[in-house]
Design a protein around this ligand. Structure first.
Ligand code: COA
Ligand code: MG
Length: 291
């Protein structure tokens, strides 16, 4: 597996573009990234007001290095094209495309951006939230290896997946889990980051912390959030633990010993450690060092 340039995306908070109070709170919040939402959290009659409010917000905010993303409406619908135009003027780090169903949907968004000379650093994130997206996930994620396609992150849209498939949403997410794992697998094949879906219940923080830990164990890089109360648990769950850091340092130190310079596999505390574990350890340490 290749080492992807690490970018912290442990806690990614949605903020409706029309929620004045929530927009005002962003600067004080400790989330790694923010998604200003023009899509499902904005009522149909508010779409234009939302674009304008978003533009005012970006014009007025002080940059703090935090990754800023804008979720537009689907380009196939009546609002998407105007959203894309408005989003570009805000110079976000990424545009999140909802209801992506095929690799072509990403390429078409990309063409629209290229037609308008979007800067190369503007990336695309894709929501995976429909049955078709799940069936096409391999081809969608493969675009991550095509630099020109701008794709850098997949985002699980679990509420829509539940709605579109008819599965029962249970607290343990047993029916969603196979698809979530499939998203992680596809993301890795495409060298992409992948974020877990939201948890609607922002009052049960113990359950939320457990869901974050489970998502981390499944391989997700972070979790999308709907409420500030969820940020702390996500930051903890998706940061390497002290124990993991200590183990990684021990592996690095063991391979740095002169007697191990030419060895592929060594013994450490009674366990076999190979150079692939060294790579894994270096990746974890790189993540732990990020600010
Ligand atoms: N981002 C930033 N601040 C938020 C926030 C968010 N997503 N959600 C709530 N807040 C703020 C509130 O403005 C409030 O601020 P205050 O302390 O200055 O009064 C504080 O956090 C506490 O909020 P609370 O009263 O508990 O919730 P609420 O009733 O104001 O909002 C929701 C609840 C669900 C409507 C709101 O959290 C929300 O809109 N979340 C995002 C929804 C979304 O984007 N959905 C689409 C993606 S799934
Ligand atoms: Mg959705």
């Amino acid at each position: 597996m290749q080492i992807r340039p690490p970018r912290r995306r442990r806690s990614v908070l949605y903020v409706p573009a029309t929620n004045e109070k929530a927009l005002g709170k962003i600067a004080s919040l400790d989330c790694d990234a923010v998604v200003i939402d023009l899509e499902d959290s904005v009522a149909p009659l508010q779409k234009q007001a939302a674009r304008e409010r978003m533009q005012d917000f970006f014009a007025g905010r002080e940059k703090d290095g935090r990754e800023m993303v804008i979720r537009i409406n689907a380009l196939s619908g009546e609002w998407g094209a105007d959203d894309l135009l408005a989003a570009r003027t805000c110079r976000p780090d990424a545009i999140l495309l909802p209801k992506v169903e095929t690799a072509r949907d990403i390429l078409e968004a990309n063409d629209l951006l290229d037609d308008r000379d979007a800067r190369p650093s503007l990336s695309l994130w894709a929501m995976i939230e429909t049955p078709r997206a799940m069936l096409n996930i391999g081809a969608i994620a493969a675009l991550g290896r095509d630099r020109g396609a701008r794709l850098s992150c997949l985002v699980a849209g679990t509420n829509d997946l539940v709605k579109e498939t008819g599965i029962l949403a249970t607290p343990d997410r047993r029916y969603l889990t196979p698809w979530l794992l499939q998203m992680v697998l596809a993301a890795r094949a495409g060298s992409l980051d992948v974020l877990d879906g939201v948890s609607n219940d922002f009052s049960d923080l113990d359950a939320f912390a457990a869901e974050c830990t489970e998502a981390r164990n499944m391989g997700f890089d972070g979790k999308t959030l709907i409420h500030p109360a969820q940020i702390g648990s996500a930051n903890v769950a998706f940061s390497p633990s002290e124990k993991q850091v200590a183990e990684a340092l021990a592996i690095r130190a063991a391979f740095a010993l002169p007697e191990n310079a030419d060895r592929g596999a060594i013994s450490l505390d009674g366990k076999m450690v190979e150079r692939l574990h060294l790579e894994q350890a270096e990746r974890l340490l790189a993540r732990a060092d990020l600010q």
